[in-house]
Ligand binder design. Structure first.
Ligand SMILES: Cc1cc2nc3c(=O)[nH]c(=O)nc-3n(C[C@H](O)[C@H](O)[C@H](O)COP(=O)(O)O)c2cc1C
Length: 351
């Protein structure tokens, strides 16, 4: 089994994916508490870091309880990437620096950043070598399967990244043109695992803990990276860990527990952010995710979607609990545990 270039608690680490506007310090801490072995910051512009742009620098703050943590940077200018890596290393000392070769957003790829680099693999190598020359920390990268269908060749891209010296690589097996449509081609993760000597982290379409186990079994990936599957359910990491250990999956939290996690998350944000009004507005999306799927939750969602301060949240939750509607959720949760156990048994018989 290839060895990770940074310390991990488990042989097959579960990793919280880099996500702009989501994998921020409070959510990273929460996911670490719920069993994520490693976390990664959202992508940060190398130019912003090298110019010490205030907004960018503030996103680099993290706590000791988030470690091991990777700082993800993006940019197509090797000099800027080297300088950014050097500054991040000197000032913040994360466990590793991750290079983003996957971002599909127009604003980023227009300047060849993110997945834009995938059109030019010489540039990919140059960027990796530049970052490595700016830091003594391990350097990793996250790629997509290619720029578009014609250029789709994850093995070729990954081999070039390995040759340039990355210590691990995460693959989101979609092309840039696919954005987030279609499905992630897990067979491509298996092919890259087969071709490389360094750890390959699988990513894409893990919505449940069972999906994490399935990805590991089907692809042989060295680590599993979860992005959208963590929205409103950071306990997915604890559940996935149990399944990877061959243990029964812990039941999802009750509605009361789910609300307690959301409140915990609110408190972490309040402790971290300085602009609490802006932070509360930003937090509405998390609140929506925490209550997704609860019975009769339309009104609850509407109320949460209009909060202007964190103080309002507890009262809204209490109102919902007092209505008694959540009792139906308890029954639904019990059903989902039974379904999960059935799935796990089926998987065992298949492999
Ligand atoms: C809101 C959001 C923000 C994202 N931001 C980043 C980012 O900053 N860096 C990155 O490498 N990928 C980013 N991604 C991509 C995810 O890390 C991941 O590759 C993708 O969502 C597929 O995984 P999933 O199916 O588990 O969501 C983002 C995805 C989402 C949904």
């Amino acid at each position: 089994m290839p060895v990770f270039p940074y310390p991990t608690t488990h042989d097959v680490p579960l990793i919280l994916a880099p996500m702009a506007g989501v994998s921020e310090s409070p959510f990273r801490r929460l996911c670490r508490q719920w069993g994520a072995d490693v976390v990664v910051t959202e992508f940060l512009s190398a130019e912003g870091i090298r110019r010490e742009n205030e907004a960018t620098m503030s996103k680099l703050r993290f706590g000791a309880d988030e470690r091991p943590i990777g700082v993800q940077i993006f940019g197509a200018d090797p000099d800027a990437m080297r300088e950014a890596a050097a500054l991040v290393t000197d000032v913040f000392q994360p466990e590793f620096i991750d290079i983003n070769f996957g971002c599909p957003v127009k604003k980023v790829v227009r300047r060849n950043g993110g997945s834009g680099c995938l059109k030019d693999l010489d540039l990919v190598e140059q960027v990796i070598r530049a970052v490595r020359s700016g830091t003594n920390l391990p350097v990793t990268c996250k790629i997509r399967s290619g720029w578009n269908e014609e250029m789709r060749d994850p093995v070729k891209i990954a081999l070039r990244c390995q040759a340039a010296g990355v210590g691990a690589i995460a693959l989101h097996p979609r092309t840039r043109t696919q954005m987030y449509t279609g499905h992630a081609h897990w067979d491509e993760i298996a092919a890259v695992v087969e071709a490389l000597e360094i750890p390959v982290i699988g990513n894409g379409d893990i919505k449940t803990a069972q999906d994490a186990l399935r990805m590991r079994t089907e692809t042989g990936c060295a680590g599993v990276m979860i992005a959208r599957g963590s929205f409103g359910q950071p306990w997915i990491f604890r559940q996935a860990r149990a399944l990877l250990n061959g243990e029964p999956m812990p039941a999802p939290p009750s509605v009361e527990e789910r609300f307690a996690v959301a409140i915990d998350h609110c408190r972490m944000v309040m402790a971290y952010e300085t602009d609490l009004v802006g932070a509360a507005l930003e937090f509405r999306k998390h609140l929506g995710w925490y209550v997704k799927g609860l019975p009769n939750s339309a009104e609850l969602r509407r109320a949460l979607h209009t909060v202007n301060s964190f103080d309002e949240v507890e009262g809204i939750f209490a109102g919902y609990l007092a209505s008694g509607w959540h009792r139906e959720a308890l029954d639904a949760a019990a059903d989902s545990v039974v379904a999960a156990e059935l799935d796990a048994e089926l998987l065992e018989t298949e492999h």
